[in-house]
Design a protein around this ligand. Structure first.
Ligand code: UD1
Ligand code: CA
Length: 433
C-alpha cells in the first residue's frame, strides 16, 4: 500500500461552545472521529491521529472501537494550526492523505478519487453559495494558486465561492520539504497547512483541485453544523435501508443509528428511534417506539413502547406504554402499561396491564423468571428474585413475593366488602334524587 493517512484532531473546537472536545460529539450514535478512522482504515493501515486538547479522553474513546491507531501529539503551544498539527507526524508511505476529524460524512470510496489524479497535491474544493467560515481557493488559469483563510482574506477574496474542503493528498517529500518553511505570519498567528499550496505552486509543483460534494465533505464547527451533519447521515442510513427492503412511514421522523441491522420484512412507523447495537428481523415497530441495543425477531412492538438495552424479543407482541429492560421474551403478549426488567418470560404467557417486575431493592437488581402459559392478571407486582413456573394463574392485583409452583393459582388480596347505602349517607342524598 502506498498511502498513509493523517487525521487532524488536536484543535480545541472553540466554536462548538462545549467542554467536550469537538471530535467526541456524536452523530447517529458514534463520536465524529469514529467515522474518520473507520473510513481511513478501509484505505490503509498507516494511520496517525494528531491530538492535543483532551488527548486522553479522545484516545479512550477511539480505543473503544480500534486498537491499532497511532496517536501523535502536536506541539500546539509552539506550533498551533493545521500545519503545526502535521509537523510531528511520520507517515510511512509516499502519498499522504490528510483528513480532518471534524468531517464525519466523508466515505472511503470518495477518497479513492484523490489517488486517481496525477498531481503533486490534490486538494478538495466545494462550490458554496455561502462560503463563510471556509478558506477561499484562489484559482488562476484553471490551477490552484493559493488558499486564503477567511480571517486573512481581502474583501475581494471573500467573494470567492470556491472553498477548501480540508482534505488533501500530498506527496510525502513535499510535506518534508515545505512544513519547515511554514510561518505564522497571519491574523490567527497559526501555522497553516494550506500555505503549503502557495509554496509548492511557486516552485512549479502541480496542484490539482478536486471538486467534491458538500453533503459528504461538510465540516462540523458548531452545534448547528453537528445537527445538520446528523440529518445528512440519517438520510444516508435510511435510504440504504429502504433500498434494502425496509418499509418506513414518514422517514424524516425516524431516527436510526449507525450499524442497526435489519433482516427480512420490517416495517418502521413514524417517530420510531432505534439505537446502535439493535437488530430487527421480520418485525413491525409502531409509532413513537424506542429500541435501544436490543434484538426484535418476528414481533410487533408499540406504539409508544420502550425496549431498553440487552433485551431479546421473539415471536412476541408488545403494546403501548410497555417498558422492557434486559429481558428475554419468547412468544409473549404484553399489551399494555407494564415494566418488565431483568426477566425471562416464556411461550404462551400473557402479561396483564399494569404488571410490574419489582427488580430493584434499592441496592441490587434481581431476576424474574416466568414459565410457559402463565396468565398474569392485571396490576400484579412481581417482587424479584422470583420464579413462576409453567401453567400458573396469577389473580389480578396480586403481589407475588415467593416462587409459584407449576399448575397453581397465586392470589393475594384483601377480602372485598360492600356497605349498603353508604353512598347516600356520605353525600347526604336520597336514592333517586
Ligand atoms: C481549515 C482550513 C480551511 C478549510 C477548512 C475546512 C487551514 C488553515 N484552514 O479551517 O481552509 O476551509 O479547514 O473545514 O487549514 N487542528 C489541529 N491542530 C490545530 C488546529 C486544528 O489538529 O492546531 C485540527 C482540528 O482538530 C480539526 C482540523 O484540524 O479537526 C481543522 O481545524 P479547524 O480549526 O476546524 O480549521 P478551519 O478553521 O475550519
Ligand atoms: Ca473545520
Amino acid at each position: 500500500m502506498s498511502l498513509s493517512i493523517i487525521i487532524l484532531a488536536a484543535g480545541k473546537g472553540t466554536r462548538m461552545k462545549s467542554k467536550l472536545p469537538k471530535v467526541l460529539h456524536k452523530i447517529c450514535g458514534y463520536e465524529m472521529i469514529y467515522y474518520s478512522i473507520r473510513e481511513a482504515k478501509k484505505l490503509t493501515n498507516d494511520i496517525e491521529v494528531v491530538l492535543y486538547h483532551e488527548a486522553d479522553l479522545i484516545k479512550e474513546a477511539v480505543s473503544k472501537y480500534f486498537d491499532d491507531i497511532e496517536f501523535v501529539m502536536q506541539d500546539l503551544e509552539n506550533y498551533p494550526g493545521t500545519g503545526g498539527a502535521v509537523m510531528n507526524c511520520k507517515p510511512k508511505n509516499e502519498k499522504v492523505l490528510i483528513l480532518n476529524a471534524d468531517m464525519p460524512l466523508v466515505e472511503a470510496e470518495e477518497l479513492k478519487g484523490f489517488e486517481e489524479i496525477d498531481a503533486d497535491i490534490v486538494m478538495s474544493v466545494i462550490e458554496l453559495d455561502n462560503p463563510s467560515g471556509y478558506g477561499r481557493v484562489v484559482i488562476k488559469d484553471g490551477e490552484v494558486k493559493k488558499i486564503v483563510e477567511e480571517k486573512d482574506a481581502t474583501e475581494e477574496e471573500k467573494k470567492i465561492k470556491t472553498v477548501n474542503a480540508g482534505v488533501y493528498l500530498i506527496k510525502k517529500e513535499l510535506l518534508e520539504k515545505f512544513l519547515p518553511k511554514l510561518n505564522n505570519d497571519n491574523k490567527q498567528k497559526e501555522y497553516y497547512l494550506t500555505d503549503i499550496i502557495e509554496l509548492a505552486k511557486k516552485e512549479g509543483y502541480k496542484i490539482a483541485p478536486l471538486f467534491v460534494k458538500e453533503e459528504h465533505f461538510k465540516g462540523v464547527n458548531s452545534k448547528y453544523d453537528l445537527a445538520n451533519a446528523e440529518i445528512l447521515m440519517q438520510n444516508r442510513i435510511k435510504k440504504r435501508l429502504m433500498l434494502n427492503g425496509v418499509i418506513m412511514r414518514l422517514p424524516d421522523t425516524i431516527y436510526i443509528e449507525e450499524g442497526v441491522e435489519f433482516e427480512g420484512e420490517c416495517i418502521i412507523e413514524n417517530g420510531v428511534s432505534i439505537y446502535k447495537g439493535s437488530k430487527i428481523v421480520n418485525s413491525h415497530i409502531k409509532t413513537n417506539t424506542v429500541i435501544e441495543d436490543s434484538e426484535i425477531v418476528n414481533s410487533s412492538v408499540g406504539p409508544l413502547a420502550r425496549i431498553r438495552p440487552g433485551s431479546k424479543i421473539v415471536d412476541t407482541h408488545i403494546g403501548n406504554f410497555v417498558e422492557v429492560k434486559k429481558s428475554t421474551l419468547k412468544g409473549v403478549k404484553a399489551g399494555h402499561l407494564s415494566y418488565l426488567g431483568d426477566s425471562e418470560i416464556d411461550e404462551g404467557t400473557n402479561i396483564g396491564a399494569g404488571t410490574i417486575t419489582c427488580n430493584y431493592d434499592g441496592i441490587r437488581k434481581y431476576k424474574t423468571i416466568i414459565g410457559k402459559n402463565v396468565f398474569v392478571g392485571s396490576d400484579t407486582q412481581i417482587v424479584a428474585p422470583v420464579k413462576i413456573e409453567d401453567d400458573v394463574l396469577i389473580a389480578a392485583g396480586t403481589t407475588v413475593n415467593r416462587d409459584v409452583p407449576k399448575g397453581s393459582l397465586a392470589i393475594s388480596r384483601l377480602g372485598m366488602k360492600t356497605v349498603s347505602g353508604f353512598f347516600y349517607k356520605f353525600f347526604s342524598k336520597k336514592e333517586g334524587d
